[in-house]
Write a protein that binds this ligand. Sequence first.
Ligand code: MN
Ligand code: MN
Length: 321
Amino acid sequence: MSHVQYGNGVVGPVDGLVVPRYAGLTTFARLPRREDVDSYDVAVLGVPFDAGVTYRPGARFGPSAIRQASRLLRPYNPALEAAPFELAQVVDAGDVACNPFDIPAALEQIRAGVSGVVRGGRSAVMLGGDHTIALPILRALHAEHGPLALVHFDAHLDTWDTYFDAPYTHGTPFRRASEEGLIVKGRSAHVGLRSSLYDRRDLVDDEELGFTAIHARDMDRLGVAGVLERVLDRVGDAPLYVSVDIDVLDPAFAPATGTPEAGGLTSRELLAILRGLEPLRLVGADIVEVSPAYDHAEVTAVAAANLAYEFVTLLALRSGR
Ligand code: MN
Ligand code: MN
């Protein structure tokens, strides 16, 4: 192994000054696998499930594309002034094996997989997969932390009720989460909304489920600082889960996704907002809906890998090793 060995006993990524970044087997950021170390604080976990999509498929290949695009990530994060892979033991925990034909069975596999990874106060960044996976992830984290504030970055509400009578799809996870009491009503927010809706009532229902809506068009007026202020105020001191549907980015920055919508955030805006979440009690995060077959020059996968790096840094800063 050519992994960096830090003085505090932490095993870092494969050293990019010894083995070129394009060489070797692929784990997230070339980090050790969970089974390579005695213990860990933060895990990156793939959830290659996309049987809940309503439009373009293919997010089952998201985790492997994001891992491939993460090879260039280096050990020091200058924006957050932190070396996440030294501050905490970060590992790649592999993928949850999800049944591609039976959604309820897959939801249970994902809940159990996440539960096993975060047990004992550990935290995790999940790589999807379509947005259906957020529901079983929230079930697993609720068992550890109780009800969570949810900050949801997405072009879409994802609080619809059913689609073709199906209750568990990538358009419904946050209605189910609210119904199940997994989220703190009044502490949760959507950021980046901009899709057309079925009816004005969709927004009314959404508010009743406990969310406030920050639309993509609000970025013009509020800017990054204004959006952050609203989010920090909304979440307060509640334990926080952040879910990023990559379609919150404009298709110029993330073409490879299942349900693209024009007029989204830039990668730079989203990175800045995520970094600004540092004061909050983040316990986990996901990045979903990367569908690599629609990608060009790894544009979307690179954005997702960089977003995951910010989450890993935020969680490493909180892990207090
Ligand atoms: Mn979406
Ligand atoms: Mn979504």
